[in-house]
Ligand binder design. Structure first.
Ligand SMILES: Cc1cc2nc3c(=O)[nH]c(=O)nc-3n(C[C@H](O)[C@H](O)[C@H](O)COP(=O)(O)OP(=O)(O)OC[C@H]3O[C@@H](n4cnc5c(N)ncnc54)[C@H](O)[C@@H]3O)c2cc1C
Length: 561
């Protein structure tokens, strides 16, 4: 949602009657009455505090409700609800803890509806669902824009840990106030107040009382209560491991088709796609869409249908000897499910070049499609790698680029590349091959501008003004945690469907009379989608497609149990 926020340049109106604070009609309120009970309230009553879990939804029938920030230095309400208005923001849908204090400002009557009932209603009643979703999303955007809420982050723009925490909060659409210790004059006061030493920065203050010193994202998620509404003892229809495009697609389709689904994500929703500044080849977005925005929209959609998301938690083992299967988390917690979708993706193998991440999508690429080729029209490019994908990229790019420098660490291509490709490369005057060579440095401002490569045999370094670097050194699947449970290919990607031959299935003791369905692994009811799957085309669209198809197959597998 944060990325949606960045596309809104005008302030959102917080006046009663605006989209963010609509007033319900008497007929709409009557439709809500059966879901809750009327509660008498008195001026000064506190209905919820920052950090409270499972806060109900209130419709103001008479009287009024102030929404206040937890920080005592700001006693003025952020907003005041009047009759016809209702409380809540996006946490009402995602099941997270309250960020604000709700204090009654005038005696009256409120309709109180449990949060779970409201979530059910949003998925079923199209008219009210639209009103609430729009209001909750806009209210979250107001909080993000204002830096309002229950989190203060004190950090330095020169600190990688500060960037790590800002990225985590931003990509999770969580509002926070940022205080830059390098420029903010009050910062020493704040550090003294919370007895924090400079070397403990970055520091996060949650709910104006808990102080976290350089926390992990898991500790921060716990403090914010991001996973608080998740019942870990429940046996679910489906657990999806990974919230990249494939996992989010699986979550949307599973939840919308009535399955009880939990998604577990190590870092932040969006996966690799989340780090792409613009995806231009995804159907329906002719002007492109940032990976972060696509992920934010998909996550909102999944949560609207009732999918649960467990953030900053990793699956570290699969107990696969009996059903329901168990996904074991990093803290040792077992989560049980009748079926599993593995959507943990892959990681491009990255050579250890300082600052490489800074230029991803801005001159550093991991794929060479028509789109990247257009960006390099008439310019020099570098392709790193000695395998078939590097060879294909070099040949393809040579049609558009002025010159392609192909850098290979070894002394020849014959061991790693097909013969026909080697011949094409050697005969192509636009490709210049450099053996024993690796990139040691990249530099630039907003875009990659120059790099240095070094010949490992001679030790000679060559600085070059080249703006495009293609890293084609393969990808590694995130499958180490599945050890022993599933059949994998020689590179560790998960084998599915037709790729599982008879001997492999026998070796894995496939127990059913039917063969595995497409996308099904050597374990019945466990599916693999997206980049983690052997033979997958590493693209957002194919990840989304596979995640969606898998749910149809999950239904079949569940019916067999
Ligand atoms: C910089 C960049 C730009 C790209 N640009 C494009 C583009 O323009 N167009 C295009 O089509 N493709 C693009 N791609 C490729 C595309 O992003 C991937 O093919 C796609 O994201 C794969 O989706 P996925 O869901 O299978 O896996 P991923 O996106 O890799 O997501 C997997 C998720 O699983 C999580 N995870 C991993 N292990 C665990 C675990 N043990 N427990 C819990 N969670 C776990 C990860 O944190 C991650 O969020 C790009 C890739 C990169 C890196």
């Amino acid at each position: 949602m944060s990325s949606v926020a960045t596309t809104i340049s005008t302030p959102i109106s917080i006046e009663p009657g605006s989209d963010a604070f609509p007033l319900l009609s008497a007929a709409q309120i009557d439709r809500l009455r059966p879901f809750g009970k009327v509660r008498l309230v008195r001026a000064g009553d506190i209905l919820f505090e920052p950090g409270d879990n499972n806060v109900p939804f209130f419709v103001i029938l008479s009287g009024g409700l102030d929404i206040l920030e937890p920080c005592p230095s700001k006693p003025r309400p952020l907003v005041s609800h009047v009759p016809g208005s209702f409380s809540g923001e996006f946490a009402m849908i995602s099941g997270q803890r309250a960020m604000m204090r709700g204090r009654v400002n005038q005696d009256g009557e409120f309709l109180e509806i449990p949060a779970g009932e409201l979530r059910g209603l949003v998925a079923k009643d199209a008219e009210l669902g639209d009103i609430f979703m729009r209001a909750f999303i806009l209210r979250r955007l107001v909080l993000i824009q204002e830096g309002a809420g229950n989190v203060v982050l004190l950090g330095s723009r020169h600190s990688a840990d500060t960037l790590r925490l800002r990225e985590f909060l931003g990509r999770n659409g969580y509002p926070y106030k940022y205080i830059d210790l390098d420029t903010d004059e009050r910062s020493q006061c704040i550090l003294d107040h919370f007895e924090v030493k400079l070397e403990e920065v970055p520091v996060v203050v949650c709910n104006a009382r808990n102080v976290l010193r350089n926390p992990t994202v898991g500790e921060l998620a716990d403090c914010l209560g991001l996973n608080v509404s998740i019942d870990e003892s429940q046996v679910r229809d489906l657990i999806v491991v990974g919230a990249g495009p494939s996992g989010l697609a699986a979550a949307v389709y599973a939840a919308s088709e009535g399955l009880d689904v939990l998604v577990v994500e190590t870092a932040t929703p969006g996966g690799q796609a989340g780090s792409s500044s613009r995806i231009e080849n995804y159907l329906g977005f002719p002007m492109g869409i940032s990976g972060n925005e696509l992920a934010g929209r998909a996550l909102t959609q999944a949560q609207k249908f009732g999918a649960h998301l467990m953030i900053a938690r990793s699956a570290v083992r699969l107990n696969c000897d009996r059903r329901p299967y168990q996904v074991i988390l990093d803290q040792g917690t077992p989560l049980a499910a009748r079926s599993i979708v593995l959507a943990a993706g892959a990681q491009y193998n990255k050579p250890p070049i300082p600052n490489l991440n800074r230029f991803e999508g801005q001159g550093v690429y991991y794929g060479a499609t028509f789109m990247e080729a257009q960006l390099c029209e008439g310019e020099d490019v570098v392709v790193v790698g000695g395998g078939n994908s590097a060879g294909q990229a070099a040949v393809f790019l040579s049609q558009r680029a002025r010159k392609v420098y192909m850098l290979v660490r070894s002394e020849k291509l014959a061991d790693t590349m097909s013969r026909y490709l080697i011949r094409r490369i050697e005969e192509n005057p636009a490709i210049e091959l450099h053996y024993h060579t690796e990139v040691t440095q990249v530099d630039g401002n907003d875009h990659l501008e120059c790099m240095t490569w070094r010949n490992r045999a001679t030790g000679q370094s060559s600085p070059q003004e080249i703006r495009h670097l293609f890293i084609m050194t393969g990808a590694s699947p995130r499958t180490a945690w599945l050890e022993g449970c599933l059949a994998l290919d020689s590179k560790g990607f998960v084998l599915t469907g037709y790729d599982l031959d008879k001997p492999t299935l026998e070796a894995k003791a496939w127990p059913l009379s039917r063969p595995p369905q497409i996308l099904e692994t050597s374990l019945p009811g466990v599916f693999a989608v997206g980049d983690i799957r052997s033979g997958n085309v590493k693209r957002v669209a194919s990840a989304v497609g596979e995640g969606s198809i898998a749910i149809h197959l999950v239904h079949r597998a569940l019916a067999e149990m």
